[in-house]
Design a protein around this ligand. Structure first.
Ligand code: MG
Length: 294
């Protein structure tokens, strides 16, 4: 939901969303633009769905299968694809070496591209406990991202969803998640997840994993409902679709599906390059979520 709402505002300035839609619910904010139809989900959700279908059809985490599905998707000309993700999926290396090879030659590989697609896997692994869900997050992230910073951020996200789906407060549980972050990366995540951190404090563009996760938690922490959390995330500007997608995953787990307005769910659709002409709408997405939650 956050992905489709945020996509038309990608790379825009802060505040553009609330300038255009100053009062919530007076018109449909699912407006389209920037090459996206109203309600059309982008690569974030497309990859999340491919990951979900692999988990369900393989009955668990089959990393070569996930990688192959991502490759088929990348080969079918999705409207958007992260630069790093595209390189890793098309560089001809096998699934267990492609991302590491990219990281060795480019060094900078800490984009938010593994975090953006992690809601489905977070739901799937939530019931298996803290260690299992954080471990799965790291391994899935490593398929496309060789920088361990992205593994740790995705692992924290998985754990926050686990806590929320158990009915507890993920913000209150942050210290417990951070304690399991690799010590080499703990300080940086402690900074962006601290109560007083604000997205303006970020030292990188929010297309990087640290400010993206920090901004999503900030949006959750500083609002009191699903809609307001998403609005706050998009209003940060920058990588709006992904920051809002990550925020939507967290806020959805906290507030539940009933908190999502019908005016947003009605136009929502997820085209699936790499999977024929399928386009998933609310009934298919709801069914997918139910099966992931098992
Ligand atoms: Mg996107």
């Amino acid at each position: 939901m956050g992905d489709a709402l945020g996509a038309p505002f990608e790379f825009g300035l802060a505040g553009v969303f609330s300038t255009r839609f100053p009062v919530p619910a007076t018109e449909n904010e699912m407006c389209g633009g920037g090459g996206w139809d109203a309600g059309e989900a982008t690569d974030d959700t497309q990859m999340a769905v491919h990951l979900a279908e692999s988990l369900l059809e393989r009955g668990g985490l089959d990393l070569p299968d996930v990688f192959a599905r991502f490759q088929r998707w990348a080969a079918c000309d999705p409207k958007d694809i992260g630069l790093q993700t595209e390189d890793v999926l098309t560089n001809g290396m096998p699934w267990d070496r492609a991302a590491a090879t990219h990281f060795r030659t480019n060094h900078r590989a800490a984009g938010n591209g593994s975090l953006m697609r992690a809601t489905t896997s977070a739901v799937y692994f939530a019931g298996r406990g803290q260690d299992a869900t954080m471990d799965a997050a790291r391994r899935i992230a490593a398929l496309t991202h060789g920088d361990p910073a992205t593994w740790e951020g995705t692992a924290v996200f998985h754990d926050l969803l686990r806590v929320a789906l158990e009915g507890d407060d993920p913000v209150a549980a942050l210290p417990g998640s951070l304690a399991l972050v690799d010590p080499d990366h703990r300080e940086r995540y402690s900074t962006v997840l601290a109560p007083r951190w604000h997205p303006d404090d970020a030292t990188e563009f929010n297309g990087a994993v640290w400010p993206c996760l920090g901004s999503a938690v900030w949006a959750l922490r500083t609002t009191s409902g699903y809609e307001d959390a998403i609005r706050a995330a998009i209003d940060l500007g920058g990588d709006t679709d992904t920051v809002a997608a990550v925020t939507g995953g967290l806020a959805g787990a906290v507030y539940g599906a009933d908190a999502i307005p019908v005016r947003w769910t009605e136009p929502l659709h997820v085209p699936l390059p790499g999977s024929g002409e399928r386009v998933l709408r609310l009934p298919e997405l709801t069914d997918l979520a139910r099966r992931l939650a098992g």
